[in-house]
Design a protein around this ligand. Structure first.
Ligand code: 4AD
Ligand code: MG
Length: 463
């Protein structure tokens, strides 16, 4: 090849210098053959757009080059010229073309519209499609934005453990981590003797980094985690994955209001970041995935977030006259049909639901003065439902201890968690935002399996 340095198609399409000699490398999206000419659409993932490569019989290997298949990997050098074709400023008149990796007609991503279900079955190849190119560029950009938001506010980024002995949410949805022989585990009094397991106790994959996040908040004031979490819940819905990424800020000297404010600021920041940095990909989602997506995001960037207590929400749902599959009853968790009715029909926008009955929420949430509800908050948004779940934490030693006892959590196992209430306790609060739920909201993609590279759901851990 010539001594030219490869440039990305993104850079190339922004070029201001026609006649420039360039080298591009990428994968063939399609090829069109005419009389004595062929046009290759080449994409390298750097941006949504592909570049058109024009092949003429002057090419040394024109015969082979004009027969490359969709999916083949090419290196092309040539001249950047103004494109006569509509919708693109530049094309490349090829001078050399190297077939780095050929592809035959069995390549599963031939140029046509494929269903999302089919693309899921070829998750190893779907990143090369328009839709998933856009999804994963946005995922990358927004992961960066998460750090930027918190770092600009001087939050400390803490990496909480993935293997843990604590079920933070108390829902019994932990995947077990064990090196014991499943056919012949050591036993004691008819039970598996976990003390002989690798860690000397029963351990699993974390469902949340919150508990350790709280420890750090009582040293660094404002912290956040951003990492994978795991839930062995057997819910085969479009919004649940067994492995998903969660962002969990925890703020000291803060109450539920401060927590809601942080959630609102954070979500708004993500929306504005996407609008400002992911225009090309958002245009695609707006046209092909969710009509009106851009209007929705632009109005969210300015929207007032509403707040309603759980008790008021239950009343409003009762008064709505709507019939639900699951009846609405004070003391029961809101089902997703109720959540969506609240955010889509009653508020037509984002809404915080606060102060849930204590019996349906985790042990660590702060008891309200009514002793019936806890200082919890969920943020609901149209189409997705719950996007954030959080609370003010119980900072009072005695109250926390008695709530743990009531929920059957052994104080001995959680002594370290109680310790921060023993020495230098302070009011603090935090929340978890599901990164995939955020991406669903920002892209309009309707299935969580389509915003994570290789989804893990009940029955599926392929790739
Ligand atoms: O409401 P959750 O269970 O809250 C917690 O885990 C708290 N410890 C967070 C905290 O206060 N630090 O989960 C938080 C968010 C949900 O609102 C949802 O966006 C997402 O995590 N989430 C899931 N996302 C995908 N698949 C699942 N199975 C999810 N479960 C929760
Ligand atoms: Mg929740």
């Amino acid at each position: 090849m010539s001594g030219l340095v490869k440039i990305s198609i993104k850079e190339l399409l922004q070029s201001q210098q026609p006649e420039e000699a360039v080298c591009v490398k990428g994968w063939v999206r399609s090829i069109r053959r005419g009389k004595g000419v062929a046009f290759v659409t080449l994409n390298d993932g750097s941006c949504f757009a592909s570049v058109q490569i024009v092949l003429s019989p002057d090419l040394d290997n024109y015969e082979a080059a004009s027969k490359v298949g969709t999916g083949a990997c090419l290196a092309v050098t040539g001249q950047l010229v103004e494109s006569p074709a509509a919708g693109q400023a530049w094309e490349v008149q090829a001078q050399t073309l190297e077939i780095i990796g050929a592809a035959d007609e069995n390549y599963p991503l031939q140029k046509k519209r494929h269903s999302l279900e089919y693309l899921r079955s070829i998750a190893h190849l779907r990143p090369r499609s328009n839709t998933f190119g856009a999804v994963f560029r946005m995922r990358s950009a927004l992961a960066f934005a998460v750090h930027q938001f918190f770092q600009q506010r001087s939050f400390l980024y803490v990496q909480t453990p993935i293997i843990t002995a604590n079920d933070c949410e108390g829902a019994g949805e932990m995947f077990r981590v064990s090196t014991l022989d499943p056919l012949n585990p050591p036993q004691q009094a008819g039970q598996v003797d976990w003390s002989q397991d690798f860690f000397g106790e029963r351990t699993g994959l974390t469902v949340s980094g919150q508990l350790q996040g709280e420890l750090f908040a009582t040293a660094f004031s404002d912290i956040y985690t951003f990492g994978p979490t795991f839930r062995a819940e057997n819910s085969n819905t479009s919004r649940h994955a067994a492995e998903f990424w969660m962002i969990e800020p925890e703020i000291a000297f803060a109450d539920l209001r401060d927590n809601c404010q942080l959630g609102e600021d954070f979500l708004r920041y993500m929306v504005i970041y996407a609008l400002e940095n992911c225009q090309e990909d958002l245009d695609f989602f707006n046209q092909r995935v969710e009509k009106g997506l851009l209007d929705k995001l632009e109005s969210l960037a300015k929207a007032e977030f509403r707040t309603i207590s759980y008790t008021e929400a239950v009343e409003q749902l009762h008064n709505s006259g709507q019939s639900f599959e699951f009846p609405v009853e004070w003391g029961h968790d809101l089902q997703s049909e109720h959540e969506r009715y609240l955010t889509e029909k009653i508020f037509a926008g984002p809404v915080f639901v606060t102060d849930y009955p204590k019996q349906i929420k985790a042990f660590y949430m702060r008891m309200n003065d009514d002793e019936k509800t806890v200082a919890a908050m969920d943020l609901l948004v149209p189409r997705v439902g719950e996007i954030i779940g959080g609370s003010q934490r119980e900072e009072r030693f005695d109250v926390l201890q008695s709530r743990m006892a009531l929920q059957g959590i052994a104080a001995a196992d959680m002594a370290w968690y109680l310790d921060i209430r023993r020495w230098g306790s302070c009011p603090h609060a935090g929340f978890g935002l599901g990164f995939e739920r955020l991406l669903m909201y920002l892209t309009g993609m309707e299935n969580i399996r389509d915003v994570i590279p290789f989804p893990r759901t009940p029955g599926h851990a392929k790739f």
